[in-house]
Design a protein around this ligand. Structure first.
Ligand SMILES: *[C@@H]1O[C@H](CO)[C@@H](O)[C@H](O)[C@H]1NC(C)=O
Ligand SMILES: *[C@@H]1O[C@H](CO)[C@@H](O)[C@H](O)[C@H]1NC(C)=O
Ligand SMILES: *[C@@H]1O[C@H](CO)[C@@H](O)[C@H](O)[C@H]1NC(C)=O
Ligand SMILES: *[C@@H]1O[C@H](CO)[C@@H](O)[C@H](O)[C@H]1NC(C)=O
Length: 500
């Protein structure tokens, strides 16, 4: 266009030789066109400059401390929800970057879509004559790094990443925490996890004090060896999704996430787990769990399939384990040899990854005030279970010979003492008809409920509806989640009616 205009202008000039036209009385046409082009260029330049300023400002904002205040001791999942990284409060969705230590690794991590940066801290020159108290980002055996903790924090605080610091020596702790306190004055605004191996693991011995499972969360992390997807599902299915994180390598992590999200997949229940958690009865009330006694194959088939010989336990287990319905297994054991054999079968099923049902081992045992010859002793019961297959709920009962005067306090005390140290769940098995015989004993049982659940049984059908109900209702008043009712429906309905 410009060229053409110019030609026209030239031809006009050559042809008519008129006075050059002026615009606004100041510019010649040529000058005016040049001015327009100039203004156009300036405008274009301005637009480009403004856009790039805008783009730079914008990307800076996403990198800058525009994130809302957040306490450094806050919940990681709350943080990830707040910044929009995850939609559901579930540790499954948190992702981790390992060893974001030196500058190049740190920048790689910052530019990735990983949510939480994990980095290792030591002091510079650790354990040499040149040791300083400057915290640096290095994984042993490295004791020098191109990145100090201060530089690391400055870079990471400009991002929205969560922080997990793994301390590799105790001498790095104090200067690092000092630095964190300083950084906190201008705002850390994200959770900071402090990690250090404080227990020699795995398989910490049982004399180690138990950490109580509400302020704590767990992070599963792995070494070189991959866990199996089934192992991970087993852990997920038996833990609170809000309290467990998975710091696991690919490709297992993705396979696990896929498998975990499948709807209505059978739950891989820990057989020693809580049956309230397994059956989820209405109102978490043990009264709403149905118990059935299986003595022959036809009845079992009827129960399992809804359609009716002596039944060997192995067949019985195979049938239950193959069923798609939710079943708990309650095994009433009569002799020591039966106990070992039963536990062997359970162990085999568990090893084949089939046993994901709450499993209770019931046995009337002898101990202290309820020592009766020919009954397996409490110690023997515990020892055999621990040796062969311990992942069960212990369901001990008292020999019927000692119950003439009911559950006297001494009977209860000795039972409590026997199982106090067991790490499994314990449910004491009580005969409803013997309950009312000792009022003080009933009080001891209520007291025992802080540690044990209670299972109330009606074994004989010919006692009246009201046998034992006074004590039973007193026990029931304390907790509905810690009492179970292994009895015919007619009794359960009676109790339900008394409860309203
Ligand atoms: C940073 O760390 C990575 C991973 O350990 C390593 O491969 C790389 O060589 C390191 N870079 C520097 C500059 O030290
Ligand atoms: C300490 O630093 C000095 C000077 O840089 C160096 O010559 C020496 O080898 C270092 N010592 C150790 C144990 O690293
Ligand atoms: C970090 O800063 C916040 C906000 O000023 C403050 O409430 C908190 O107590 C500080 N934490 C520590 C450990 O100093
Ligand atoms: C564990 O902590 C919770 C919550 O603080 C508390 O309710 C519970 O009684 C504690 N359990 C034990 C065994 O200390």
């Amino acid at each position: 266009m410009e060229e053409k205009d110019e030609k026209n202008f030239n031809s006009e000039e050559n042809g008519k030789r008129k006075e050059p036209k002026t615009f606004l009385g100041i510019f010649t046409r040529e000058k005016f066109i040049m001015l327009c082009v100039g203004i156009g260029l300036i405008a274009l330049l301005l637009i480009i400059t403004l856009t790039s300023v805008f783009v730079i400002t914008k990307s800076d904002a996403s990198f800058d401390m525009d994130i809302e205040p957040f306490p450094s001791d806050g919940d990681m999942l709350d943080f990830l929800i707040q910044i929009g990284e995850i939609q559901e409060k579930d540790g499954l969705y948190a992702t981790w970057y390992h060893a974001a230590n030196n500058k190049s690794e740190m920048n790689k991590a910052l530019n990735s879509d990983v949510m939480i940066l994990e980095a290792d801290i030591n002091v510079q020159g650790y354990n040499t004559a040149n040791e300083t108290n400057i915290p640096i980002m290095a994984h042993p055996p490295d004791i020098y790094s191109d990145n100090t903790l201060e530089e690391w924090m400055d870079a990471v605080l400009k991002s929205k990443k969560g922080i997990k610091l793994d301390f590799k020596s105790i001498s790095a702790m104090e200067p690092s925490l000092d630095l964190l306190r300083v950084k906190n004055q201008t705002g850390i605004n994200r959770p900071v996890w402090i990690n250090a191996d404080i227990l020699p693991g795995p398989n910490v011995p049982n004399f180690w004090p138990v950490i109580n499972s509400s302020e704590f969360s767990l992070t599963l992390w792995q070494g070189k060896e991959n866990p199996t997807v089934n192992d991970l599902l087993f852990i997920r299915d038996n833990s609170n999704p809000l309290r467990i994180y998975y710091d696991i390598y690919e490709p297992v992590l993705s396979q696990f996430k896929e498998a975990a999200k499948v709807r209505n997949r059978p739950r891989r229940f820990y057989p020693g787990g809580d049956i309230i958690d397994y059956f989820r009865p209405v109102n978490s009330d043990g009264l709403n769990i149905q118990w059935d006694t299986v003595t022959n194959k036809d009845y079992l088939l009827y129960l399992l399939e809804g359609s009716q010989p002596e039944l060997p336990l192995q067949d019985c287990l195979e049938l239950i384990l193959a069923s798609k319905k939710s079943w708990g297994i309650y095994l009433r054991i009569k002799s020591h040899s039966q106990l070992s054999l039963t536990l062997e079968l359970l162990r085999q099923a568990y090893d084949r990854d089939l046993l994901h049902h709450p499993t209770w081992i019931n046995m009337d045992i002898a101990h202290g005030a309820f020592y009766i010859q020919d009954y397996v002793t409490g110690e023997e019961f515990l020892r055999t279970i621990d040796q062969i297959f311990p992942y069960v709920t212990l369901a001990p009962g008292w020999p019927k010979e000692v119950l003439d005067e009911g559950y006297k306090p001494k009977l209860v005390e000795d039972m409590v003492q026997l199982f106090q140290g067991a790490w499994q769940d314990v449910s004491l098995q009580l005969q409803a008809e013997a309950l009312d015989r000792s009022v003080t004993g009933c009080r001891s049982l209520i007291h025992a409920q802080s540690r044990f659940s209670l299972t109330l049984e009606h074994r004989t059908e010919d006692t009246g509806l009201n046998t034992g109900t006074a004590s039973l209702m007193a026990i029931r008043a304390v907790s509905r989640q810690r009492n179970f009712y292994n009895m015919p429906n007619i009794y359960k309905e009676h109790i339900a009616n008394l409860s309203v």
